[in-house]
Design a protein around this ligand. Structure first.
Ligand code: ATP
Ligand code: MG
Length: 156
């Protein structure tokens, strides 16, 4: 793991070698992600975006890893959690199947981002409006076999 501060914000880099390792990393990351925040989860199909959310949800007491599934068809899953004694709303979105900003508008994304919200958006980079609003991104890249490089960039 390494940390750096750049013009784009704070950057944290990690490497995992299994799905359970990425869940564990999600548990650690949950404490870096102070609400309100909307983060883009970026990475090829099946690299582990949803797997990372399992760990984040677990650390927030929002859901067990088995309960966190891909919001492929429902687009949004919502969980209630706790962070340092304060209630937190965790929203997990998967926009792979959405094509236009107009379809996106009907989701009412702006209304989700309340002061107690952590909004994690798979495939959010497809939409300019989300790229503008995002407080950062988590990029997962395959590093051969089950290895992944995971880069967290936070703007503030
Ligand atoms: N190091 C790793 N980190 C995360 N997942 C891993 C790792 N090694 C293997 N895997 C496996 O890869 C798969 C990742 O699936 P997951 O649904 O999390 O991907 P995703 O990026 O959300 O895909 P999609 O774009 O289809 O939503 C899981 O089956 C997981 O067990
Ligand atoms: Mg997914």
């Amino acid at each position: 793991m390494s940390n750096a501060a750049t013009a784009e914000g704070r950057i944290h880099e990690f490497r995992t070698t299994s799905g359970s390792g990425t869940i564990e990393l999600g548990r650690k990351l949950a404490h870096l992600l102070r609400p309100p925040k909307m983060l883009i989860l970026r990475g090829d199909l099946g690299t582990g975006k949803t797997t990372l959310v399992k760990g984040i949800a677990q650390a927030l007491d929002a859901a067990d890893p088995d309960e966190v599934t891909s919001p492929t068809f429902t687009l949004i899953h919502e969980y209630d959690g706790i962070l340092d004694g304060n209630p937190i709303k965790l929203f997990h979105l998967d926009l792979y199947r959405l094509d236009s900003e107009r379809q996106l508008e009907s989701l009412g994304l702006d209304d989700l981002l309340t002061p107690d919200a952590l909004v994690l958006v798979e495939w959010g980079e497809k939409f300019k409006s989300i790229r503008k609003k995002a407080s950062g991104e988590i990029v997962i890249a395959s590093d051969g076999g089950d290895a992944r490089r995971i880069t967290v960039t936070l703007k503030d």
